[in-house]
Design a protein around this ligand. Structure first.
Ligand code: FNR
Length: 184
């Protein structure tokens, strides 16, 4: 039985998203006692504080998935030098009502792929700022700014040979980070 449930939040809704593929490939690199489950964010309404007392079912689902997880994995593209709005919307939803944030204390990792040369560095930095406020301890090193170029993925959807060692090394540190924050 899996000991660590990880809620995976992907910041792209695009069908052929590199970041969706990266999330899938990453989960294959985790150990057997880690169970990675992607949390859906595409059916969340736009956050409206007036709804805090009567949240939509999709919001309740997201919050319960986060609550049930021992750790978080954010896999996000960069939009206009920040995180995509859909990701911030999901973060805002699960952070409310005030004092009832689902994120509080959940250890996390942040990674992302972009077609740009600095591959999501600024999106990740903005995301880290938000997570710090939400009391989410986030793996600092290694940073992983993945350049979405030919060969990133192999024919089976795994990480291709040129990036596999680096991404496996990131996953190993992520796993150790989560283990160190969760009491057995
Ligand atoms: C982008 N893209 C982009 N790339 C980047 O490296 N830095 C950026 O600031 C932006 N800005 C940006 C804004 C918007 C609105 C879009 C749609 C795209 C390009 C982005 O890296 C590319 O579209 C990726 O393919 C998005 O990730 P997914 O959807 O493939 O996971």
């Amino acid at each position: 039985m899996s000991q660590y449930r990880i809620a995976v939040i992907v910041g792209s809704l695009r069908k052929d998203s590199f970041n969706k593929k990266l999330a899938t490939a990453l989960t294959r690199l985790g150990p057997p006692d880690f169970d990675f489950q992607t949390s859906r964010i595409d059916d969340l309404p736009l956050y409206d504080q007036d709804d805090d007392t009567n949240p939509a079912d999709a919001v309740k689902r997201l919050k319960s998935e986060i609550a049930a997880a021992q750790g978080l994995l954010f896999v996000t593209p960069e939009y206009n030098r920040s995180m995509p709005g859909v990701l911030k919307n999901a973060i805002d939803h699960a952070s409310r009502p005030y004092g009832q944030s689902a994120w509080n204390g959940k250890p996390a990792g942040v990674i992302g792929a972009s077609i740009g040369a600095i591959g999501t560095a600024l999106a990740q930095q903005h995301l880290r700022n938000v997570l710090a406020y939400l009391n989410v301890p986030t793996l600092g090193q290694p940073e992983a700014f993945i350049h979405a170029k030919d060969g990133l993925f192999d024919a089976d959807g795994g990480i291709g040979p040129s990036s596999r060692e680096f991404v496996q090394g990131w996953m190993d540190r992520y796993v150790a980070w989560i283990r160190s924050h969760v009491s057995a």
